[in-house]
Write a protein that binds this ligand. Structure first.
Ligand SMILES: Cc1cc2nc3c(=O)[nH]c(=O)nc-3n(C[C@H](O)[C@H](O)[C@H](O)COP(=O)(O)OP(=O)(O)OC[C@H]3O[C@@H](n4cnc5c(N)ncnc54)[C@H](O)[C@@H]3O)c2cc1C
Ligand code: FES
Length: 276
């Protein structure tokens, strides 16, 4: 089969997360492909709208939930705007999974700290559900999630679900000025809330995804709390074309983000050329 030929997927359902962000649940049309399809938390795919183009999104659902995959995307340009025009029942393309993944087997028996900003919760949500579906294999689970405003929070129904769980500590925050009169959670930027939550670094891993500025100011907080850079993970979102190491679009020096990443530790990122 041609490397670039996508599998056909049908849109099972659409959730409007915010005014510009949607989650699609996708089902493979070919039952043989559906039965064989497997992926690991952190991997991504190339999603296509016929006649409009392809775009790269993480797989936002957990590999523990078979049968469908989900992506959550913000409409920013040509392909994502065309994707926003699709409806339930429509067919689109998917190729993947590509890239490396979060080493969940290495993280077993440890505490997990998930930190996300805005739509950065999409890749983290995949690992959160993967962890919660195997809950007895992990110690404490802490989630810190922030968005610019209440209207910008994604996966609101799941935030409610995580908040109600006794085995999850959830901290939700919005930037100052982004709150509504009903907002009962934190007001402040994600790094400050991580400092306030102060998750224990002992036998713990942190997964951090969000805008570069959030990551930049969160890493020193985690290091101050005692997290070594080898135990802090993030994903990079360099622009991609092939997704599988052929075109050279995504590289940072000798590192191909599509093949060697998109998941990197803070220790690995510190060795990359330029500011990452
Ligand atoms: C590994 C990976 C995972 C990703 N996961 C998600 C996800 O889960 N959800 C999601 O909404 N987006 C995600 N992205 C970003 C997404 O790929 C782009 O937003 C999308 O491809 C834009 O396509 P477009 O044709 O609509 O935009 P275009 O018309 O190509 O561009 C519109 C604007 O967006 C900018 N842009 C496009 N791609 C990127 C990028 N990678 N980084 C920064 N700016 C960009 C362009 O410079 C331009 O200003 C991910 C990217 C990578 C590499
Ligand atoms: S996207 Fe083509 S080599 Fe990485």
């Amino acid at each position: 089969m041609n490397l670039y030929q996508p599998h056909l997927v049908k849109i099972d359902s659409i959730i409007e997360e915010t005014h510009d962000t949607r989650t699609l649940k996708l089902r493979f049309l070919d039952p043989e492909v559906a039965a064989k399809f497997d992926f690991r938390a952190g991997q991504f795919g190339e999603y296509s709208v016929f006649g409009a183009g392809e775009c790269t999104f993480c797989i936002a659902s957990s590999p523990t939930r078979k049968g469908t995959i989900e992506c959550t995307f913000k409409s920013v340009g040509k392909a994502t705007n065309a994707m926003r025009g699709l409806n339930e029942g429509d067919t689109m393309g998917f190729r993947g999974p590509y890239g490396n993944s979060f080493p969940l087997d290495r993280m077993e028996k440890a505490s997990m700290v998930f930190i996300a900003g805005g739509i950065g919760l999409a890749p983290v949500r995949c690992v959160i559900w993967n962890t919660l579906d195997l809950r007895d294999q992990f110690k404490d689970v802490t989630i810190v999630y922030g968005a610019r405003s209440v209207a910008d929070l994604v996966y609101k129904r799941e935030l409610t679900e995580w908040e109600a769980r006794k085995d999850v500590k959830l901290w939700q925050t919005v930037d100052p000025g982004g709150e509504t009169p009903e907002w009962k959670h934190e007001i402040g930027f994600v790094p400050a809330i991580v400092e306030k939550a102060a998750p224990k670094a002992d036998n713990a891993y942190a997964v951090v995804c969000g805008p570069p500025i959030m990551i930049k100011y969160t890493l020193p907080v985690l290091e101050k709390l005692g997290f070594p850079p080898e135990r802090i993970y993030t994903t990079l979102e360099n622009r991609m074309k092939c997704g599988c190491g052929k075109c050279g679009r995504c590289n940072i020096g000798p590192v191909y983000v599509c093949k060697d990443g998109p998941v990197f530790t803070a220790a690995e990122m510190a060795k990359l050329p330029g500011e990452y």
